[in-house]
Design a protein around this ligand. Structure first.
Ligand SMILES: Cc1cc2nc3c(=O)[nH]c(=O)nc-3n(C[C@H](O)[C@H](O)[C@H](O)COP(=O)(O)O)c2cc1C
Length: 329
């Protein structure tokens, strides 16, 4: 499958593994690269910019295929040293960056000067257009179904992606709710040049989270997510569990961040992933959980998605067109 995205970014398949806090480490990203898709190391998972440099080097030892780094720029009371992480990415010689969280305009000139291609991940058509205007090379657009931050507009991918692709000139990656070949074909039909997946890649053999978490994703249905931080206008879609239910309950009574801070601490979420105690804290997962029934290797997942997508296009869809034309199939 060749799209404007595969051509521009030099990857074999139109499939991206987006940045994932605590999950986007070298093991997963190298496996994604080896499978011919585009993976992103998550910069802020590394405690310091120096650790990020080491993680990038570790990933290079595992694969000779291209991969990128995600830099998530979220509003924060004590922001991480973004400029130092940015410098670490540039010095490491990585040539693809995924920005997310807020407008990348302050960082873009530095990446452009270093010959780095930037995919900006956002959640609305207006933000995608703004990113195009400031010069990013592609956008990833997260629909309401997605894991993590879906924004506050609540527009699902089925509307959001075609609303975006009919206005944008740069390549568009559809993100959120995609976990299999049907999602890939649908995204291409909606005008996208590729797909981005988080939850599906988190539930693979190479993903560095506890087996118990992967089993819980398989067990969960599309109903088993919660939207937290709605009342703070910083919505996040996370797995339903004892902690996320409690957060939603407290928020429904009118809460300030201080009332829930102890429940949503990042360190608690990290414990979930490292120790497999699924009620230890908040952990990110999307509605695409409902489409996930197994824990394949990354290569099995990518190969399956591509071969099944080709079968859907040349078989079922072609059959529908042929049947309409009166051809026996
Ligand atoms: C565990 C987890 C952590 C994530 N952390 C980040 C992050 O730090 N930065 C970011 O831009 N996106 C993050 N995301 C969002 C993904 O990159 C992707 O946009 C999203 O998962 C797409 O929706 P899907 O899960 O339905 O495929 C995270 C997703 C998951 C599942």
């Amino acid at each position: 499958m060749r799209t404007r995205f595969t051509e521009a970014f030099g990857v074999e398949h139109p499939i991206v593994q987006g940045g994932m806090m605590w999950v986007g480490r070298a093991e997963l990203v190298a496996a994604v690269a080896d499978a011919g898709a585009l993976g992103f190391i998550t910069a802020l998972t590394q405690p310091t910019p120096e650790d990020l440099v080491r993680e990038i080097a570790r990933c290079r030892e595992m694969t000779d295929k291209p991969f990128g780094v995600n830099l998530t720029i979220l509003p924060s009371i004590t922001p991480p040293p973004y400029a130092e992480y940015r410098a670490a990415i540039i010095e490491s010689g990585v040539k693809i960056v995924e920005t997310a969280g807020s407008n990348p305009v302050d960082h873009l000139p530095f990446f452009k000067d270093a010959g780095i291609k930037v995919i900006h991940k956002c959640t609305s058509v207006r933000h995608a257009l703004k990113a195009e205007r400031v010069g990013v090379d592609a956008v990833s657009i997260d629909g309401f179904e997605c894991a993590g931050h879906p924004g506050e507009d609540d527009v699902p991918g089925l509307v959001l992606i075609p609303a975006a692709t009919r206005k944008l000139r740069i390549p568009v990656i559809a993100s959120g709710g995609i976990a299999d070949s049907r999602g890939l074909v649908a995204a291409l039909a909606l005008g996208a040049d590729g797909v981005n997946m988080g939850t599906r890649f988190m539930c693979t053999v190479e993903s560095p989270v506890a087996q118990r978490v992967k089993e819980q994703i398989v067990a969960n249905s599309e109903l088993d997510t919660k939207l937290i931080f709605r009342t703070l206008r910083n919505t996040a879609r996370v797995a339903a569990n004892a902690v996320s239910r409690e957060v939603v309950e407290i928020e429904s009574g009118g809460a300030e961040f201080a009332d829930i801070a102890h429940l949503v601490a990042g360190a608690r979420g990290r414990t979930v992933f490292e120790e497999g105690d699924i009620d230890a804290g908040i952990w990110t997962s999307g509605q695409s959980q409902g489409l996930i029934d197994d824990i394949p290797t990354v290569a099995e997942l990518v190969d399956r998605m591509i071969s099944e997508a080709e079968t859907i296009i040349t078989g079922r869809l072609n059959g529908i067109v042929a049947a309409k034309a009166g051809v026996r199939v």
